[in-house]
Design a protein around this ligand. Sequence first.
Ligand code: GRF
Length: 202
Amino acid sequence: MTNIAVFASGTGSNFDALAEAIDRKEVEAVISLVVSDKPSSKVVEKAKARGIEVLSFQPKDFGGKAGYEQVILGACREHDIEWIVLAGYMRLVGTTLLTPFEGRIINIHPSLLPAFPGKNAVGQAFKAGVRVTGVTVHLVDEGMDTGPILDQRAIRIEQGDTEEDVQRRIQQVEHVLYPEVVGRLVKGEAETHDKTGITERF
Ligand code: GRF
């Protein structure tokens, strides 16, 4: 069975969705490790309640990114992690983790990338007045939400929608799309397409 690590620092609704899809045997993987840079976050509580090992830390206790990423790398190796799934981990991943896990770290972002990268993507879309936004799952590279796209789903912003309405619909889509993509990845059936038309299979 494929071991995956979920990196998260928020409420953990995507962690829940993935764990539930695994429980239903829709994704052939095990969440063997949860990593969080916010020890007090809800997702830490949820992971512990499921009996999953948690590595939580305060970045300020380390000299810098390389310091805590070295500890994370050790834990990932100990658990034989094949895929790292970012789900609300609000930090750029550095080379300490990116190099050994190249092409093996994915992220979910609440917009149709490359539109609205970075923080508050739903607010950015709302302010821009777009009628369509959505969700992107992509491989992580050194940039901010810039890696090759694995899948996307669109949602419409209807007349009269509030930002909260859009946020809620985005999350509903995330909870379906993320487990689907992880399921494909662990079976070696996920793909990216680059601008020259080359398809790569993961
Ligand atoms: C998600 O909306 C995801 O798009 C973003 O962070 C949020 C995490 O939410 N990267 P949750 O903690 O999974 O509820």
